[in-house]
Write a protein that binds this ligand. Structure first.
Ligand SMILES: NC(=O)c1ccc[n+]([C@@H]2O[C@H](COP(=O)([O-])OP(=O)(O)OC[C@H]3O[C@@H](n4cnc5c(N)ncnc54)[C@H](O)[C@@H]3O)[C@@H](O)[C@H]2O)c1
Length: 330
């Protein structure tokens, strides 16, 4: 690791300390960065520290980190004062998915940091080319798209907007290997980036199957958990076709593609839930019925699962086969 890439020498900032902001802060602390965590709303000042401490305690308990949580907390400053971002080399914005809120936050970040500090957004779907135009220096602006919980998942998309400096994205790409990620660099902005484009194609088809009576919500979930859910962490879509025989996919595509849903409206099934205030397990109202106890148990189970799957992921990095072969050549 070059001196320049030593996280301890690279202070970073996170603005927005909700669900994802807290796990991103945890990821940075675990990687060894000094972190300035800015609370843009007063409520974050009460909730952020306990959340981050819980992530660290669980990560310690699960053996992901070996130092005591307290060691990491010494590197953390939680504040409402944006000016403390002044030494950060990178600031990640993680506020609500609302362009006006994000724009106001960028103005405050840019007022605090020097011109060579990179700024990134964890937006799920607002185009980076649009967001960077809300800033004074768009060339230093990128998307950094994480997956919850950011301190255990290996996923990270680094996205360039039309005006981003790709050389700076390369620096981010290098650095993100210190965060236990297998990053993807999206060199040209596209709405939804890579994963959301793939995932939403799947969500659309799932609604098509349920709304048209081919299968129930439970059946769709069971099918995908036990098919793609089984192999995806190892193989990815293209490797999977290589593993299982490319010509068959060619044949099926010809007949199946014309029958897949290409609707552009929001499906009624999800619209009804959202209109009725449903948020999923967060308020025990979603595609499934939950008692409050079950909803809480699902959240907890997902968290436990994320630690288990992280252990399995470590056993199967992208270069697993190269590593195996070079080991057997020794
Ligand atoms: N939740 C996910 O799984 C997920 C995944 C990928 C990306 N994202 C994106 O990350 C961002 C944050 O999502 P989250 O799930 O952490 O949301 P959240 O609701 O948990 O947190 C939102 C945070 O936004 C900030 N905020 C709220 N109102 C504000 C205001 N008026 N001005 C400034 N800041 C304000 C606060 O820090 C608040 O804690 C969004 O852009 C979201 O699309 C979320």
């Amino acid at each position: 690791m070059s001196q320049e890439m030593s996280p301890a020498e690279i202070p970073v900032g996170v603005v927005g300390l909700g669900l994802m902001g807290c796990s991103i802060v945890t990821c940075f602390l675990m990687a060894g960065h000094p972190v300035v965590a800015v609370a843009p709303i007063p409520a974050d000042m009460n909730t952020a520290e306990p959340r981050i401490r819980t992530h660290l305690a669980n990560s310690f308990h699960e053996g992901i980190i070996t130092n005591l949580p307290e060691t990491y907390v010494t590197q953390l400053q939680i504040t409402e004062d944006y000016s403390l971002l002044k030494n950060c080399k990178l600031v990640v914005e993680c506020t609500l998915e609302n362009i006006d809120i994000k724009k106001a936050v960028y103005a405050r970040i840019e007022a605090a940091v020097p011109d060579d500090t990179l700024i990134a957004s964890n937006t799920s779907a607002i185009p980076i080319s649009l967001l960077q135009r809300q800033t004074q220096l768009p060339a230093r602006f990128f998307g950094l798209h994480w997956m919850e919980p950011s301190h255990t998942t290996r996923f990270l998309e680094i996205i360039c907007g039309d005006l981003s400096d790709v050389a700076k994205a390369d620096w981010l790409y290098e650095l993100s290997h210190q965060w236990a990620k297998e990053p993807t660099l999206v060199r040209k902005d596209i709405r939804g980036f890579i994963t959301n484009r793939l995932m939403y194609a799947m969500y659309r088809e799932a609604f098509n199957l349920v709304e048209n009576g081919y299968a129930t919500v439970e059946d769709v979930d069971r099918a995908i958990r036990n098919s793609a859910g089984f192999w995806m962490m190892l193989a990815g879509v293209f490797r999977w076709m290589d593993l299982t025989g490319v010509p068959a996919y060619h044949t099926v595509m010809k007949d199946l593609f014309p029958t897949l849903s290409n609707r552009t409206d929001v499906p009624k099934l999800i619209d009804d839930i959202v209109q009725a205030g449903g948020k999923g397990v967060q308020n025990a109202q979603g595609f499934y019925e939950y008692t409050p106890e079950e909803a809480e148990a699902w959240q907890k189970t997902y968290e436990e699962f994320s630690y288990d799957i992280q252990r399995l992921a470590q056993k199967y990095p992208a270069d697993v086969v190269k590593k195996k072969i070079s080991k057997s050549d020794e």
